[in-house]
Design a protein. Structure first.
Length: 276
């Protein structure tokens, strides 16, 4: 694949049309729906088996979120660990793209993420819409680290297309304040007029340097914006090696039982009787 590296160096991002096949996208989205279908025991479960009427399935999701937001969040967390999502994130296709860009030893900097962005699926108020930030602030990785952002459905401005500031990666690391799980760049440092929306079709891929300033667009529809972000470092990049390859993510189990009532000894014995 021919990469416009000059454009990338100046602007801080690249867009690849039809990078993924529809099948690659559908496989993951269907797995996500399969996870959420576990919350349903009635005839609605069938609506989660295909993408034919995604709008209707999304209505079931809104209903689940209203009825049992804790279960919704737990299922959402399971979606972050889908084998199909991780398989894509470690595919040859992506590895080759990163190598082509010049990341000599690409490595995942954090686990892949699956977003289902809608104000109707957010009780906190800002989870559905991340403000101005640079991914480098949380990943603290290599100079040439990148984020790959792609939607599972066509994503226009109304659905909340990602917004970026071209060339902002060359401004270095911005001052910011903590907003729960991400660090928002201080308002006075951002020139609103410089933001551009990146409208994308299903299958398209946006690649940007982790210093590029970006934020969520505003999903003004009653539809869900399904998308993922994959993030990579270059383990051989000089400044990263000089900074002794930090990894700032904390990943550890909750100390208490999250749900009371662990499996009983009898349940375990019964399960192993079925193993042949
Ligand atoms: O997809 C979005 O709306 C924002 C995602 C994002 O900027 C991020 O996770 O760094």
């Amino acid at each position: 694949m021919e990469l416009d590296k000059k454009f990338y160096a100046e602007k801080g991002y690249l867009i690849f049309k039809n990078f993924f096949t529809a099948e690659e996208m559908d496989t993951i989205l269907l797995d996500v729906l399969k996870v959420f279908s576990i919350a349903f025991t009635d005839e609605r479960k069938n609506d989660f088996l295909s993408l034919d009427n995604l709008e209707k399935t999304e209505l079931h999701l809104f209903e689940l979120f209203e009825r049992d937001s804790e279960l919704f969040i737990r299922l959402g967390k399971q979606c972050q660990h889908l084998i199909s999502l991780w398989r894509l994130s470690t595919s040859k296709k992506i590895e080759n793209l990163l190598l082509e860009l010049g990341l000599e030893f690409p490595n995942l900097s954090v686990r892949p993420s699956m977003f289902f962005n809608s104000r109707l699926l957010d009780k906190v108020g800002h989870y559905w819409k991340l403000g101005d930030h640079q991914d480098w602030r949380s990943s603290q990785g290599s100079l040439d680290s990148v984020t790959l952002w792609y939607p599972y459905v066509d994503c226009n401005v109304e659905l909340g297309a990602l917004e970026i500031i071209e060339g902002s990666h060359l401004e270095g690391l911005y001052e910011c304040s903590d907003v729960e799980y991400y660090s928002k760049i201080n308002d006075e440092l951002i020139d609103e007029s410089k933001y551009e929306s990146v409208e994308m079709e299903k299958g398209d891929l946006l690649l940007f340097n982790s210093f590029l300033v970006h934020r969520s667009g505003t999903n003004s529809t009653r539809r869900v914006r399904w998308s993922s972000q994959l993030r990579y470092n270059n383990l051989l990049e000089e400044s990263f090696v000089r900074r002794r390859l930090p990894n700032p993510y904390v990943y550890k189990p909750f100390e208490e039982l999250v749900e009371p009532g662990p499996p009983s000894k009898q349940e375990i014995i019964d399960y192993f009787k079925t193993v042949e």
